[in-house]
Design a protein around this ligand. Sequence first.
Ligand SMILES: Nc1ncnc2c1ncn2[C@@H]1O[C@H](COP(=O)(O)OP(=O)(O)OP(=O)(O)O)[C@@H](O)[C@H]1O
Ligand SMILES: [Mg+2]
Length: 394
Amino acid sequence: MVGGQARLLAFTSDEAQAALLRQALAGSGIPRAEVRPGNAEAALQEIGAGQRPDFLIVDIEAGETALFDISALATATEGRTVILALGQANDIAFYRNLRAAGAGEYLLKPASAEQILAALAERAGTREGQASRGEARTVAVIGARGGLGASGIAIGIAWILAEERGQKTALVDLDLQFGTIPLALDIAPGRGLREALEQPDRIDSLFIERASEKVGANLFVLGSEEPIEDRLTLSEAAVATLLGALREKCQWIVLDLPRGPGLQHARILAEASHVVVLAEPTLAGIRDAMRLQALVRESAPGAELLLLAAARPTTKSQNISMADFERSLGQPPFLTLPWDIDAETRAAAAGKPVPEAARESRLAQAMRRLVTRLAGAPKVASRRSLFGWLAGKS
Ligand SMILES: Nc1ncnc2c1ncn2[C@@H]1O[C@H](COP(=O)(O)OP(=O)(O)OP(=O)(O)O)[C@@H](O)[C@H]1O
Ligand SMILES: [Mg+2]
């Protein structure tokens, strides 16, 4: 981090809350922490001017713009900043939407110094804990409609995590009959995945080496091409066992989740730390994105939901404006995926992921932005936990 940058910025125009914040920060030992007058707009201006605090506290008004503001801040800080929102709305749906939009925590006003300190310590602790335990994070990718590019996204982000970030990553295509991941990567579909899901007691510590195809040094791909007429019986417990085994070997698991029947979506989503939902601005696209949103919030309340807008061209009669799209979903998309036929063609011809075959394409860059949101920015200087600061070790 650049010297002189604030480690924590807090914005509120509420004098009483500002006093409580100053009290909390004085006791926190966080260097370069400031409380300033203003709201999310002022915070966005600071981020726009190059500030990248570790923590951002913003006083927000409940209502339509709150979710946009938090989402805009989360996007602008590329997931590197813990965002703490303060507000007066005591409403669980609002709380969940805020968390989905990117807030790390939400506290009711007036928030006491103790509550603020506890929330900061918890967020810092979770983050540091995850990093130090090396726990695998599980990203589920699902398209709200067919053919929007969900598998392409799953492949792209898994490859970036593995190759560009050097993280051991498992990429699992859970569509055992129609899945396209082995095909797209020009590798053999294995039999191991079906076996594992039908007989989970056979999953052992050598499972991943046996059942996966390796792409490069760090990417393990599990997919299959089971006969279309077979009736597969995949138990929900088997998927959990499989993920448990993968977590022992990998830092990241990327799941390509089909929409169709035969999968216990709720049970699988409950395993995810992040869910990427790809939606398109059509009537059916919005309907299904809303249903997926509700399912994710219900079955994986702790997971971060990232909404992407697919830019697949639609016919005029189907098209719904982005404003209506955002209004229906209650949040702006984290990003709009460029529709890039040139990059896709190069990837398909080479049998390689888009970020490898069309490294500089806008589509590859969008995938990197998504990875930054998931995994933080590359090559960040090591950060100390708030606990370290609290203990006066900074
Ligand atoms: N961003 C994009 N720009 C252009 N073409 C794309 C893009 N994303 C995907 N495609 C193309 O669209 C087709 C479907 O892509 P993909 O298989 O990734 O979608 P999907 O959402 O996983 O589909 P399914 O619902 O069948 O699983 C492929 O031919 C792919 O090359
Ligand atoms: Mg697919």
